[in-house]
Design a protein around this ligand. Structure first.
Ligand code: MG
Length: 255
């Protein structure tokens, strides 16, 4: 067997906004049968873990919310550890439940937390964040993805907006989600497997392949979701495999 555990991306890897990736549920069931431990890891801020678990269940994948690592959950832990109490959340309201322990204060926040606000971005919201950062708040980026595929085509993700705030303030955001090593470390410690025997599986060459390799894991790319062949050229180390879809994972793992 090539691996003892897997860290599996959700969007574009097991499901898309238009439905499950064919064969994904079968691949996860094969991991279960083979005794390969796994967690799901996602940068999404559009849904809390409870909703993600329900979405996976509707795709035929039963997983408890505790086995779903999300960037908002990691961000909340990061802020808590630094004693931050007042936050401005530039995130879809669906993920606010992961920040229930904080006071939301858009005028004098200690941290501005930026995620994929999508169509809710406005000049006024971006400018308010800029002013809060100028007044000393720390800039926390849930993720810095360039784009994502919503089923109708590529859309701007949180990254371009994080970059705008960085450019305007001359500061660098604290990146919490994939590909940040800190994000993978929590998943690795949960899996209790040697990192070189953990495979990160995902459609993003930057977040899943490079992020996984930077964390010391193996990495497998899938040609679904936002996968782009051109992105591979930027890698110093190619993925251990490039699969048509996650349905081919059990074969590759030799299970
Ligand atoms: Mg993905």
């Amino acid at each position: 067997m090539r691996a003892a555990a897997c860290i599996i991306d959700i969007d574009g890897t097991v499901v898309t906004s238009t439905g499950p990736i064919p064969g994904a549920a079968g691949a996860i069931a094969a991991l279960e049968r083979a005794g390969i431990r796994y967690v799901f890891a996602t940068n999404t801020t559009r849904h809390p873990r409870t909703v993600l678990a329900a979405r996976l269940a509707s795709a035929g994948i039963d997983v408890e919310p505790e086995r779903i690592w999300t960037a908002p959950v990691a961000a909340a832990r990061w802020l808590q550890a630094r004693g931050v109490t007042r936050v401005s959340l530039l995130l879809p309201s669906a993920s606010f439940e992961e920040f229930s322990g904080f006071e939301v204060d858009d005028e004098r926040p200690e941290a501005v937390v930026v995620g994929d606000l999508g169509r809710e971005w406005t000049f006024d919201r971006l400018n308010a964040a800029f002013l809060a950062l100028r007044a000393g708040a720390v800039l926390v980026a849930i993720q810095k993805n360039r784009c994502w595929n919503d089923g109708t085509g590529l859309k701007l993700d949180a990254g371009p907006f994080v970059a705008a705030l960085e450019y305007a303030t001359g500061r660098t955001a604290e990146l919490i989600g994939k590909p940040a090593a800190a994000f993978f470390e929590t998943a690795i410690s949960f899996l209790q497997a040697p990192r070189e025997r953990i495979v990160v599986v995902g459609d993003s060459v930057e977040n899943d392949v490079k992020g996984g390799h930077d964390a010391g894991c193996q990495a497998v790319a899938v040609r679904t979701g936002s996968f782009r062949e051109d992105d591979l050229a930027a890698l110093a180390r190619p993925p251990e495999a490039i699969l048509a879809t996650i349905a081919a994972l059990p074969d590759w793992l030799g299970i």
